[in-house]
Ligand binder design. Structure first.
Ligand code: NOJ
Length: 533
């Protein structure tokens, strides 16, 4: 088994984790200082959102130098120190690789846009205006408006799936591929343990640039991008060959991992493991974020995903990230505890987002303090991502232990009472629940690598079994604020409680009908002498 299969991943958003130099923005030295916390939490690896040289129009997802560290975050020497320290503490470190687009200030784009004859013209996606004038086709930018920006000097448009300041690279060009592969080797040679690859399903666009069809399910008020189905601008069949190329580079090194960011339903997502598992080791599975929080729907989702996974493919589950509203605000604090138990008992690699382990909430950002370009482009649609990117709440001090300066985004109003320090001291805190769950997952192979078997799902209650090496664990979760439906456990599902999300009841024997308390999740060590039904 590989470390990325049995281990737990934790996403750090570097701007907001720890500021070490008093400028209000987190940095690499800050992350180094906080590594012991991650060891204490019990995670195995961290993945860092981008720390490369960037004008920060999309907070680092717009890169001008793929092998440089932005001075805001520190230096290459700081980065090397981070890798060394993480490894010394037994933690793996993954970088965010952003190959779909660069910044418009990248020297490659400067050269490409200099003239139609430029050697690097074909490194980006340039097209003539449509026959009657205007953009070459109807493709939309995720961040609002046409995905084509006009360049009057050459009378052509370039394509940008995101901001106009993030022109898409042309991955059909072998020179682009070779340059990107070299960049991956640069970081792999420095010891990074793999990559999370940004918008990997966008890398290749339709060769004929056909118009995207309208989305029949589009509703007024939704982001305009959703008004079309992006069938020609993303998830193209040719993307798989490109991903195999990225994987081949990662495979030149021992025991590294390739993770792909992909927002697709599980039916389409699984194609990104690739034929013979030759693409992403872990195509990010965001379906827990996208599915309504109901036991029956989540139960069906797990069953569907399990059935669809190609032989040998390793599952993964994500509860939150820097692009989606905070878990505790989506589900409420009580259900955030149930979600924690679900995440850490499901089969496959669990991926945590910084701060979710202390129940950080979505912070409402006053209009004058909005930083996210998506919100700025499309105000009022609730798309802003600043609220899930606010500084980590370490302690109850004025700067929450994050910074001595005014932080780049406002702190949550409750940071004086809701922080790592207060959570550590409270045995019933969400943080301590996470620690116990992670401890159990580590101690019980049934949880980290055992087989999964559904036991039941009703509207409010989800129950399943995990089993390995003759040990069987039952997990039962109540998704509602009422006592759950009563579940008649087969005789073989009797056992003793290992952990409850709501009460201290370790050791209590469970047999016969099981009713969970409101918002309760239970892990039960099933009687191994009884035969599995
Ligand atoms: C996906 C990233 O997660 C998001 O934060 C970013 O804005 C877009 N890709 C564009 O790079």
């Amino acid at each position: 088994m590989h470390w990325w299969q049995t281990g737990i991943l934790y996403q750090v958003y570097p701007r907001s984790f720890q500021d070490s130099n008093g400028d209000g923005v987190g940095d690499l030295r800050g992350i180094i200082a906080r590594l012991p916390y991650l060891v204490e939490l019990g995670v195995d690896a961290i993945w860092l959102s981008p720390v490369f040289t960037s004008p920060m129009t999309d907070f680092g997802y717009d890169i001008t130098d793929y092998t440089g560290i932005d001075p805001l975050f520190g230096t290459l020497a700081d980065f090397d120190a981070l890798v060394a320290r993480a490894h010394a503490l037994g933690l793996k470190l993954l970088l965010d690789f952003v190959p779909n687009h660069t910044s418009d200030q990248h020297p490659w784009f400067a050269e490409s846009s200099a003239s139609r004859e430029s050697d690097k013209r074909d490194w980006y996606i340039w097209r003539d205006p449509a026959p009657g004038g205007g953009p070459p086709n109807n493709w939309l930018s995720e961040f609002g408006g046409s995905a084509w920006a006009y360049d009057p000097a050459s009378d052509q448009y370039y394509y940008h799936a995101f901001l106009a300041s993030q022109p898409d690279l042309n991955w059909r060009n072998p020179l682009v591929r070779a340059a990107m592969h070299e960049i991956m080797r640069f970081w792999l040679n420095r010891g990074v343990d793999g990559f999370r690859v940004d918008v990997i399903w966008h890398l290749i666009k339709d060769e004929a640039f056909r118009d995207n069809p309208p989305n029949p399910d589009y509703r007024a008020g939704e982001p305009p991008y959703r008004s079309l189905l992006p069938v020609y601008s993303a998830d193209r069949p040719e993307v798989h060959e490109v991903i195999r190329g990225l994987r081949a580079v990662v495979d030149e090194y021992a025991d590294r991992v390739l993770i792909g960011e992909i927002y697709l339903p599980v039916e389409k997502l699984i194609a990104y493991y690739g034929a013979d598992l030759s693409e992403a080791h872990l195509p990010f599975n965001f379906s827990l974020i996208e599915t309504p929080w109901r036991a029956d729907m989540i139960g069906c989702l797990i069953d569907r995903y399990e059935k669809l996974l190609p032989p040998g493919a390793w599952p993964n589950w994500v509860l939150g990230n820097h692009d989606r509203p905070r878990l505790a605000s989506r589900l409420g604090l009580e259900q955030a505890r149930v979600a924690a138990m679900l995440l850490l008992t499901l089969p496959g690699t669990p991926i945590l987002y910084y701060g979710d382990e202390i129940g950080m909430s979505q912070v409402s950002i006053p209009p004058g303090q909005v930083r996210d370009p998506w919100e700025k482009n499309l105000p009022g649609l609730g798309l802003g991502r600043d609220g899930c990117r606010t500084p980590m709440q370490w302690d109850g001090s004025a700067g929450a232990g994050f910074s001595i300066a005014e932080p780049w985004l406002p702190l949550a109003a409750d940071s004086a009472i809701s922080n790592v320090e207060s959570a550590r001291a409270d045995p019933a805190s969400l943080l301590n629940l996470y620690r116990r769950l992670i401890g159990l997952r580590r101690a019980r192979p049934a949880l980290s690598r055992g087989a999964y078997r559904p036991l039941a799902h009703t509207q409010s209650l989800l129950a399943f079994e995990r089993a390995a090496d003759g040990e069987r664990l039952g997990v039962a979760l109540n998704f509602s604020a009422e006592a759950s439906d009563s579940l008649i456990l087969p005789e073989a599902c009797a056992g003793a409680v290992l952990l409850s999300t709501t009460h201290e009841r370790s050791g209590e024997v469970i047999a016969g009908p099981l009713t969970l308390r409101p918002h309760e999740g239970l892990i039960i060590l099933l009687d191994s002498k009884a035969p599995a039904p």
